[in-house]
Write a protein of this length. Structure first.
Length: 1113
């Protein structure tokens, strides 16, 4: 009944929304008609003082634009062009006409009796200027690999809550990954490859108004004016050590473009639902697989299977479960109360639960609401202008019980003032706060509320007996305390621009920013479950006795708090001189920057809470433990850039930066890092003019540059002593110990990142079709890694600059835009990028990685020639059959010996995996020593390859529609856990497809014979090519339909713009991944790690449907 009520509520909500929108449209038309009638009385008088104007509006090709708005500026007088692009109206002499149309730049022209107005495609405006390091350049004159984000298509027209996710697939070479669907989670951003150096995280430098932001999710998308991605060294080197692996430049809306007051309000109301839900087998079928597994394991000597404790499965139980399922299904008609004898029973020393439960439905909501609001106010008065932007985001989590929730508050205020023709000043304040509350499941190995959701089979009782609950994931979730995560970001900026003489500009900017993270959790001795099903006394009396007696262990009776605070101080001084002499365009820039960062962290824990309802440190009486840390670093840099262009045809750029970092010894702290780039606009040559407009633009460009990487740790050159508390107890106390000092290298210095980039930019058919291509080779040399010293040294080997890795890749982007005679505007943008990273030099360790792809982030497993992300494994040949065995059960001669890849004492049988003997030595081995790979080979790569994006958009008479597809064409993954490998973990569920296991009647099965593998990544589930996951996918990332009311209507109500829209995100996905696993899942986060049993137990990814308005006054 509740489900029907929900569906009816949603249907009614959609109906009333549609009615409201239609009423708005019709009402606008009626009001316009009424207004026209009321204006008739003044028409004759005004006509005597006006002139008649005939306006023809065309595009750059001379084609008429139908439906363009023609309005007399400062009035409500206007009209819309007809099928010939013509509009006629009466205006005052000397009036200014505003001519606009979706997809074109608005023009203001003085009215004449007969006039023709040519509107240019707004892509021309977007192409005009691109923000680069400490300045801006015309896009046609760019010589480096710089991509600008189309704000209109990527952000402005979409209900974006996280700018990182909005950029996914929007820029070739920009990789955005999300480790789970957890609300408030920040995505991981990389430029040109996942690994630039094994030290640090290889993330790009993210600058918001030239101030670093470590978490891009703290920025309100509605505050952003432009985004530029600096990919190559020539473009990013101006930022020095902090931009070694690219730069993301974000410019906020810091000033008004008009003197009048302008107000813009946008909102979005959304409903989120999981993209995928686990499709588990019926409970009786899961129980049967369990039973078959234990029978196979024990050669039939055991007739029952222990799920957990004395919760059992046997043949009689399986049949009763099947009969119950066929008759009652999940037994919803009985409610939550379970009946002894019908739903469960005690016999033969065990507990047998006959009724099964849809645990996912018990735990996860069908949908969760979300709302987002943004308000911006800007304006100006004379030479002073301001901008005020406020934002609010609220997201409810997907958990039904003790649910999580996330809230974010944004404020961005800026003020600009021109004091005189020489000096202007600016100041700004940005503040963001986020609050995330979620249950803390202290009974989970991972303190993750998703852990136990996926832990138990559907026979685990989720109901009640005699009104009291059994112990299960739901009861633990109910009793779990709430953890709170608070984050505050503050940025204060101030600056001045001085123009002492013509063509010279001096910019001075100072910024202070701080990020404070506060985290609090507590465990209480409260009831964690009801009836105890783990007891060794299976009886009703035992259940009754245990109710209320199962309390959390004393270990969890505590309160824990931690605070981490980072403060950054940045100062920049930049001098720019630009001059043009005839055909020679010259621009020089020089400057200096100083950045200092300081981080403080402390945590405290105390046991023995006096009152579980008030978990505070001073309200506990037990042992107290505290710790803290304090680190800092600083960077000073001096830089310069020289740009030269001749006839806008031949272009050259030279950059240099002299950087110093506190992370290196005093003698090696400074380094000089040069870069250069050049471009040739072939299309501007006289001999190419005959090809226009078929070939509008053709530019070839190339760049080379070197940047230093300082993200190697703050104290690698300092010999340190570490302290710890040992387990030894002397005089009743644990002993405090100090470890031996570390050995350091006196020659430690910068890692060096060198990039070669070759690119081509072309546009065809009067700029309608565009193509951009880049090929690059990025080499990171002098990588810090430990030296190869004898074990008799007695201490850890010091770090030295001894490694090199190389990333090669390419990027392709194509766009096409066209406006038809009927006013239909159509556009398509497609991009694809690929890269591969290889270790080209490593001083030691030639070991073959033997498990999945763990080596790609673990530099201790690096070896020369290794391709990062490669998965080493065995190759599946076939399943063993009865013909492979002798009468005594031994394997026949001629088959390779597999005992080294199966557990000791393993009894082979039909249905086990037979691997390929690649080296033909008669045995299967993973490796023979550190230099030989045995029967291992590269069976896949875990890093995303061939990432692509496709955007389709159209607009006509105020209506707009867009579809954005994104995906990965090539990615493999080896993963453990029952969602991938049935039977891998004892007692866990079996999912759809797991029933396709080997039996004498099903020899073409996909999975081997059932076994209890007890989390063993060996034997049938050794890393092999048969059970690799294909993580390639195509996803409809965004689908949006909107309508913008005509300005001629809105102007009567003093409204500048009003757009209503509907959006769906992640609406469908095409992939070949297991049902409950989203193809975007990461592999290095709790709940997602590929080499743990908990793979796939992540917070569900979500698809979203939403609607909202964008209102401008």
């Amino acid at each position: 009944m509740n489900e029907d009520r929900k569906k009816r509520g949603l249907a009614n909500g959609k109906f009333f929304t549609a009615v409201a929108i239609c009423a708005l449209f019709l009402g606008s038309g009626n009001v316009m008609a009424a207004q026209t009638a009321s204006d008739d009385s003044q028409g004759v008088q005004e006509q005597m003082q006006s002139i008649s104007v005939t306006v023809t509006v065309v595009d750059t090709k001379g084609e008429p634009i139908i439906g363009a708005n023609v309005i007399e500026k400062g009035t409500t007088n206007g009209g819309i062009t007809d099928l010939d692009g013509v509009s006629k109206l009466n205006v005052k002499p000397g009036a200014i006409l505003q001519v606009s149309f979706v997809g074109y730049t608005t023009q203001e022209v003085k009215a004449t009796s007969v006039m023709k107005v040519v509107l240019k495609d707004d892509t021309e405006l977007l192409d005009e200027v691109v923000v680069v390091g400490y300045g801006a350049q015309k896009k046609v004159n760019l010589t480096g690999a710089v991509a600008s984000v189309d704000m209109n298509k990527t952000i402005d027209s979409r209900p974006i809550t996280d700018i990182g996710r909005a950029l996914q697939g929007a820029v070739p070479g920009l990789t955005i990954t999300t480790n789970s669907g957890e609300i408030g989670g920040a995505p991981t951003i990389k430029i040109r490859g996942s690994i630039g150096s094994p030290n640090g995280d290889s993330k790009p430098l993210i600058l918001v108004d030239n101030v670093e932001v470590t978490d891009i999710s703290m920025v309100n998308p509605d505050d952003i004016e432009s985004i530029s991605v600096l990919k190559d060294a020539a473009s990013a080197s101006i930022y020095g050590a902090r931009g070694a692996f690219g730069v993301l430049l974000i410019t906020t809306k810091s000033r008004s473009k008009h003197e009048r007051l302008s107000v813009k309000y946008t909102n979005n109301f959304a409903w989120r639902t999981p993209t995928k839900t686990p499709e588990q087998l019926p409970g009786w079928q899961q129980a049967d697989i369990n039973l078959q597994g234990v029978i196979n394991q024990t050669k039939g000597s055991t007739a029952f299977y222990n799920v957990v404790g004395n919760m059992r499965v046997d043949a009689t139980h399986v049949q009763k479960m099947k009969d119950y399922w066929d008759k009652y299904g999940y037994g919803d008609q009985f409610g939550r109360e379970m009946e002894l004898g019908r739903d469960f029973e005690f016999r033969d020393g065990g507990m047998f639960f006959i009724r099964t439960w849809d645990w996912y439905d018990e735990y996860i909501k069908d949908w969760a609401p979300q709302q987002n609001h943004s308000l911006s106010i800007n304006g100006g008065n004379g030479k002073t202008n301001y901008n005020i932007a406020l934002g609010y985001l609220s997201q409810d989590g997907m958990m039904k019980v003790n649910s999580d929730n996330y809230k974010r508050y944004n404020a961005n205020i800026s003020l600009n003032s021109e004091l005189n023709k020489y000096v202007s000043i600016r100041t700004g304040v940005m503040f963001t706060r986020s609050d995330y509350d979620k249950p803390f499941n202290y009974n989970s190995d991972l303190y993750d509320p998703m852990y136990y959701l996926y832990r138990w089979q559907p026979m685990m009782p989720y109901g009640t007996f005699e009104g009291k609950e059994f112990r299960n994931a739901l009861t633990e979730q109910k009793s779990a305390p709430i953890t709170t995560k608070e984050r505050e970001y503050l940025r204060l900026t101030g600056g001045a621009t001085i123009k002492p003489i013509k063509d010279l500009t001096l910019d001075i900017d100072v910024a202070y920013s701080s990020v404070e993270n506060r985290y609090k959790k507590y465990g209480t001795p409260s009831l964690t479950s009801g009836y105890e099903i783990f007891t060794a006394r299976p009886s009703v009396e035992a259940l009754r006795d245990s109710y209320g007696s199962y309390l959390s262990a004393a270990t969890y009776d505590y309160v824990y708090q931690e605070t981490g605070r980072t403060e950054n101080l940045t100062a920049n001084f930049v001098a720019t001189y630009a001059k043009r002499w005839g055909d020679h365009d010259f621009k020089a820039m020089a400057g200096s920057s100083l950045e200092k960062s300081e981080y403080e962290y402390y945590w405290a824990q105390r046991k023995g809470l006096l009152d579980p309802a008030k978990p505070e440190l001073n309200l506990a009486t037990g042992d107290q433990t505290t710790s803290s840390s304090h680190t800092w670093w600083s960077v000073a840099g001096f830089f310069g850039r020289l740009n030269y262009s001749y006839k806008d045809r031949y272009m050259l750029e030279l950059n240099g930066r002299y950087d110093g970092s506190s992370r290196f010894p005093s003698g090696n702290r400074f380094g000089f890092f040069p870069s250069m780039s050049a471009g040739y606009r072939v299309s501007e040559e006289p001999f190419m003019q005959s090809l226009k407009p078929y070939l509008s633009t053709l530019k070839v460009r190339g760049s080379w540059g070197m940047i230093g990487n300082q993200d190697v740790g703050t104290d690698r050159y300092i010999s340190t002593l570490s302290t710890s508390v040992d387990s030894w107890i002397i005089d009743g106390k644990k002993v405090q110990s100090t470890q031996k000092p570390t050995i350091v290298s006196s020659t430690l210095t910068w890692e060096k990142v060198t990039t070669l980039d070759l690119g081509l930019d072309a546009r065809f058919f009067n700029d309608a079709l565009g193509v951009t291509f880049d090929w690059y080779n990025r080499t990171t040399s002098d990588i810090l890694t430990t030296a190869n010293l004898p074990a008799t040294l007695g201490a850890a080997a010091p770090y030295e600059n001894m490694g090199t890795i190389q990333t090669k890749g390419w990027e392709l982007a194509i766009d096409y835009r066209h406006t038809f005679r009927n006013g239909l505007h159509f556009g398509v943008t497609a991009s694809v990028a690929d890269d591969k990273t290889e270790v080209t030099k490593w001083t030691h360790n030639t070991k073959i990685p033997t498990y999945g792809a763990t080596g790609w982030w673990d530099k201790s497993a690096y070896k020369e020639g290794m391709v990062l992300g490669d998965i080493w494994g065995l190759q599946f040949d076939r399943f063993l059959t009865e013909d492979d065995f002798n009468a005594d059960g031994s394997l026949k001669a001629g088959l390779p010996d597999q005992t080294k890849v199966f557990p000791a004492g393993y009894q082979f049988a039909p249905g086990d995996v037979l691997y390929k003997d690649l080296d033909n030595n008669g045995e299967i081995v993973k490796q023979t020593n550190t230099n030989e790979k045995g029967d291992l080979s590269v069976i896949g790569n875990a890093l995303p390859r061939l990432q692509f994006g496709l955007n389709l958009d159209a607009a006509w008479k105020g209506f707009d529609i867009s579809m954005f597809f994104q995906g990965v064409a090539k990615r493999k993954l080896w993963a453990a856990g029952n969602q991938v490998l049935p039977g891998f973990t004892t007692g866990e569920p079996f999912y759809k497809g797991a029933e396709d296991y080997w039996t004498p009647e099903n020899t073409d099965a996909f999975y081997p014979r059932p076994m209890d593998y007890k989390q063993s990544a060996s034997g049938n589930y050794s890393v092999n090519d048969r059970y690799l996951l294909n993580m390639a996918y195509l996803r409809l990332k965004t689908f949006t339909v909107g309508y913008s009311l005509p300005k001629v209507w809105l102007s009567k109500f003093k409204v500048q713009g009003l757009r209503v829209y509907f959006t769906g995100e992640n609406l469908f996905t095409i992939d070949g991944v297991k049902p409950a696993i989203d193809p975007e899942i990461g592999i290095r986060t709790a709940g997602t790690s590929s080499d743990q049993r908990n793979f796939g137990r992540s917070y569900p990814y979500q698809k979203t449907v939403s609607f909202g308005i964008q209102l401008s006054l």
